[in-house]
Design a protein around this ligand. Sequence first.
Ligand SMILES: Nc1ncnc2c1ncn2[C@@H]1O[C@H](COP(=O)(O)OP(=O)(O)OP(=O)(O)O)[C@@H](O)[C@H]1O
Length: 634
Amino acid sequence: MDYYPLQKKARHLDFTRPTFNEPIIALPENTEVKPRGLSSYTADDEESVNDFDLSEVPKAKQTENINVYLRLRPIKEQCNFYKFNDNTVIIPQASQLNQLTSTEKHYQFTSIFNDKVDQIQIYDEIVRPILTNPFDISGSTFASYGVSSSGKTYTILGDNSAGLVPRAITQIFTEYDSVIAPYPCAKILNDQISILSDENVEYEIETLADFLLESTKLIKGKPVKNWSHVEVNAEHEFKEKDSVENKIDRLYIWISFVEIYNEKITDLLTNSKNTVRPLKIFSNGGNSYIHGATWLFAPNIDTAFKILRHGLNHIKYAATGINDHSSRSHTILTINMISESSMDYQLSSFKFCDLAGAERTKKTGNMGDRLKEAGGINNSLLVLGRCLEAVNQNQNKENKKHPDRVVPVRDSKLTFLLQRSLSGHEKFVMIVNLYPTAEFLEENLNVLKFGSIANQIVVKKSEVRTFKRQSSRYSYLMQHSSMLNSSMKNESIVEAYESNDESELDDSFKWSSMSADQLRNELRSQKMFIDGLSKKYVEREKEIVVMRMQILEKQKEIREQIVKRNENDVKNLKEYYDKKMENQTIKFQRQINELYSEVDYLERKLRKYNNENEVEESETSEEESEEDIIEIDE
Ligand SMILES: Nc1ncnc2c1ncn2[C@@H]1O[C@H](COP(=O)(O)OP(=O)(O)OP(=O)(O)O)[C@@H](O)[C@H]1O
């Protein structure tokens, strides 16, 4: 399939992410280097409010660009509509598009993936590095954008080949296998950390059990591929991480799955018996969350996959003029990872957004309901474009005295929900999917403009969200009470999320100003906290008992070693002295023998001497007797 003009080059994409300080590749003269915006995206709603200051982005080191990747969908026919420079720039061909634009423009992306790049490479390049160190940041949003049938669902969720979500689940559960919590003891409730009591833990387990029972019954919508995490793992070879290196004692995984359909948020994880009612977004000091959305606890990878499949079965699909299974809504799957260590709890939240098609209504041949849907879809995406363009313009404007453009995050459910990412409090990664057919030439130009604007935006580096163990109880109570106070005044505003500076809070004032209901809630919260502490205490006690046993074992082992060593020493000493004795005995024996020989010699000498003496004496006596005789004769 040799149909891209620069396919040869694209085939050699090395998947290395370019740094933004690198000089941009040489482009033809008069090329517009930085497209300044989309004419269709204008901030015309003056009543919109900025929840974050989206324009004042520090120019210091602690900034980064939004990463925007371009992915091309394979097509059968030859395509001459685009040229590529390096693996980051796409240039729509003016000759092919002369009825649309007279000048040749280029659009820059973080990386461009050609049609040969598979799901494995996409995951390894875009998501894997972020999920390898999930607690370096407070979270990330991965969103796919493009016209209908361009491969958004294929990229985020998958089809025959698993998409980013099943791969992310596999990575998390494999790398953190040894610390994944089996029981739901900690949960994020309305953007606050909660340590659950035994009753609440039981409740969460029952909810999950009911859900799993129910989810096997009803299958509707697009048939969902039964991805196997074993196969996914074989493709990536994820390895279990050293938990000591990660300093994590426990990791609680929670999943939510919602869709935004015609500007209404519905829960994709509800039990089918329950009536499905639209959910509301609340904002907590700039951190938006869906109030009442189902969060299911995933103690293992199988449960996580079941939750994913249940949600997929409930997404609204419909046949449009160009896609038999077109997803008509924006779907957002969020994975909350709460890590527990001896010091604190930390939250990292990962959103995977499969956005609805960015095409115009006439292309899909939509009528009736489909037409209404398309209106809603385009409105959300239009607001997303307006937000990105406003941020971009505010950052690039030359006259700093001129007031900033309003960033209308609250103008659509989608942008309100992605508020943290759009403001740089969480990482924002976009995958722009391009369906490079003649049919979508015009729409694809808008898609490319949209993507390259997002790619220029500089945001603060994502921060970490920590809940300190020592102080969190106190701040939790303070926040909880202020939350209740404010929710009584205004349902849609919740007070600040976390305050580490507690020195100025007047405890007695807070308690005395509470109503009976609030005090009851506080009591319940305190009980939850004490339950959590006692559970921890029991766990520590068990650990101490185990450690004591280990120490006793070790002592016994050492004692046995010492006894054994002593026995050996005695044996060696005995052998040494036995040998020494034997040598001495031999030596003494030799000396005795020598002495005996000497004695023998001396005895023999004595005998000889005696013998000689005897002979002499007898001769002498004979002579004397002869003399005697002579004398007598005389
Ligand atoms: N990179 C790819 N490789 C192989 N097949 C692909 C790729 N991208 C998309 N497809 C196929 O194209 C078809 C349409 O893709 P998909 O449903 O993901 O599009 P979409 O952008 O989500 O469309 P819609 O907005 O209408 O839901 C699917 O059958 C999918 O398998």
